[in-house]
Structure formats: C-alpha cells, structure tokens
Design a protein around this ligand. Structure first.
Ligand code: KG4
Ligand code: ZN
Length: 327
C-alpha cells in the first residue's frame, strides 16, 4: 500500500511516498529557512504563502522520484496539527482536495506522532513496545511512552521553551543566525573541552524539562565582562541541554522497561545528543538519519499507513488542530 504524506505545519513544504509504512520511495522537502532567516525566525504569514506556491511542484517531484502517478497512490496522509494554523491549512486542504479528486482515503496525522514513525523508515528493526520516545523539536520536548501503534502516554514535557527553541534563542545571542541548532552543533564540535559548566534545571516532575533559565544564564554571560569564546559557550550550552534530555529519557526508559528508545524531531539531528543517548541507553536506540529527523512528508506517510490500518479516515469537512498534543 503506497501512501503519499503531506507536511506543512511550519516552514517546510514536504511530501513523501512510503510503501507499507516502512519502505521509503521518495521524500521531497522545499525549505523556506533562508527566507525566514532574514527575520531571525519563522514568520507565519510568509510561511503560509510560500507553502501555496511550493506545494504543487513538491508533489510533482515526490511522485516523479517515487516512480509513480497519483493513480497508483492508495491513500493520502497529511498533518492536521500541531503547528502554525495558516501553514497547516495549506497542506491539509490540499490533501483533502487530492483525496476527493482521486477518490482516496485521507489519514489525519499528528505531526509529533509523524516524527516517531521516521524511526522505522527504511531499516531492518521492527517496532518493539513499550518504546520510550524523546520528541525534541522547535515547538516540543516530550517524553512519551509508546505502548503500541497509536497508543501513547506522555510522561513529561517542557514547562517553558522547547529544546529547539532554546537552541535557536541561544544561537541568536551568540550571533549565529537561524536556525540555531545546526550552527551550535557545528561550533560545539570545534570547541576545546568546556571548562564552563552551565546549570541543569531541577523540577518537581521527574520527566519535565525547563530551558529558559539556561538561556537567561547564557545571556548574562554574553553581556558580562570577559565572556568565554562562542565555541566554548555553545559547547557548554549544548552539554547542559543534552545531559538533561538524555538523563530523563534514560530514567523513563528504565522505569518503564522500554524495549526500544526512539529519538525524533529536528533536534534529534544534533550529533552530541545522538551519541550520548546511544552511549547511555540499555535498550536499543533508533535515530532516523538527519534528513528524516527534521520535518518531512515521508514520516507523515509512514504514520498515516498505521492510522489507516487502525481505521482512522478523516471526513472531508475535518478541520486543522493547531494546538494538538500527543498522549
Ligand atoms: O522538527 P523540526 O524540523 O520542526 C519543528 O517541528 O519544530 O525542528 C526544528 C528545530 C529547530 O529549532 C532547529 O534549530 C533544531 O530543530 N535543529 C537542531 C539541529 N538541527 C535542527 N538542534 C540541534 N542540533 C541540530 N543539529
Ligand atoms: Zn517537526
């Protein structure tokens, strides 16, 4: 069964084709990042307009690379939340039109759930439950116990900034531009072993995160006298974020006897986070390749396949849900 997945929740217009939820046939992403970089962050109205212009060429390329015509696609899947309302509306309504015109079922996909399904794309490992999932993106930092396909229990979340948001804000403080995550990752790689140790937040809930105090600490250091060089600050910041994320994810995995640990979302592209999670986890760790960690349509197609197997088909008057959560 070939599913075409459409993703427009933020600043990537992305469409992918996946067979039987696992086999990647194509993944085409038109990134708007350069346009938003001018403004230091994603401008919602510009994102929506850009999606409108990009979506048909992206569809054509995704079908071409998958080697199939729309008539050979068995179902359409699309992100209906969470995300920017105007951006979601473009992809979701486009998906409804495609499904209607070609008489295909439409699977509604939660963007965060989509990120999880990138973990099993194009690899041998079968899903094993319970799986502990760490979803870290520009908008979310969630620790989720996945008990089966479509069965989630959220164990923790951020109480303020998301991990990716913290990377982006700290990068701005260091004058590194947008998006900040890849820039900090690169800079930290060249840093000498940091002598600076930045704090980790302590919270009442064991699996919650907080990153805004850390960002304020970096801000104080940058504005103070004798600030260390940007490489050292980037490395110390990254070390603190990675340590918080990995410590909590591993504790949650151990407590729930997780059979697999899955790292997903844009921040999962971070090299230090990937390495440390693999090193400290007892359960096997699945991390998608960087291109499938950040927003893409293939993960939406993969997740959509399992939604359809569960009988989840959207009505054509269904609306987007910008504030959707997982678990
Ligand atoms: O999942 P995603 O593509 O979009 C959202 O759903 O938010 O995540 C984007 C986030 C941005 O905050 C970006 O800075 C971060 O992922 N990111 C990284 C890296 N690559 C992307 N953060 C840390 N290290 C990276 N290598
Ligand atoms: Zn995302």
């Amino acid at each position: 069964m070939k599913v075409l997945g459409i993703e427009t929740s933020c600043d990537e217009t992305a469409i992918g084709v996946v067979e039987d939820g696992r086999r990647l046939l194509s993944s085409v992403v038109a990134s708007q990042v350069e346009m938003h970089a001018t403004y230091g962050g994603v401008v919602p109205e510009l994102a929506s307009r850009q999606h409108v212009g990009a979506i048909i060429p992206v569809l054509d390329q995704a079908l071409r690379e998958a080697g199939c015509a729309m008539g050979e696609i068995d179902a359409v899947a699309a992100t209906y939340g969470p995300g920017l309302a105007g951006a979601l509306l473009v992809g979701w309504n486009f998906a409804k039109a495609l499904a209607y015109a070609h008489d295909k079922p439409l699977a509604p996909v939660n963007h965060l759930e989509g990120h999880i399904y990138a973990a099993w794309l194009d690899r041998e490992e079968q899903a094993k439950f319970p799986a502990l999932v760490l979803i870290v993106s520009g908008g979310h930092s969630d620790v989720v116990l996945m008990e089966g396909h479509g069965r989630y229990r959220r164990l923790g979340q951020t109480v303020d900034d998301a991990a990716g948001e913290a990377f982006d804000k700290v990068a701005r403080l260091l004058g590194l531009g947008f998006p900040g995550g890849p820039a900090i990752d690169r800079l930290a790689r060249d840093a000498p072993k940091p002598s600076l140790r930045l704090p980790r937040a302590r919270l009442d809930q064991p699996y919650d995160f907080s990153f805004s105090g850390l960002k304020t600490k970096v801000q104080q250091i940058v504005r103070g006298d004798g600030a260390p060089d940007a490489r050292e600050l980037a490395a110390a910041f990254q070390e603190s974020v990675v340590d918080s994320l990995v410590t909590k994810a591993i504790a949650a995995a151990d407590e729930n006897e997780a059979q697999q640990v899955i790292l997903s979302g844009g921040v999962a592209a971070n090299s230090a986070l990937r390495a440390e999670l693999v090193e400290r986890s007892r359960a096997p760790v699945l991390v998608p390749p960087p291109a499938l960690c950040t927003d893409n349509g293939a993960m939406i197609a993969a997740c959509g396949y399992y939604r359809l197997l569960a009988g989840d088909v959207a009505q054509l008057d269904a609306d987007v849900a910008p504030g959707l959560v997982i678990g």
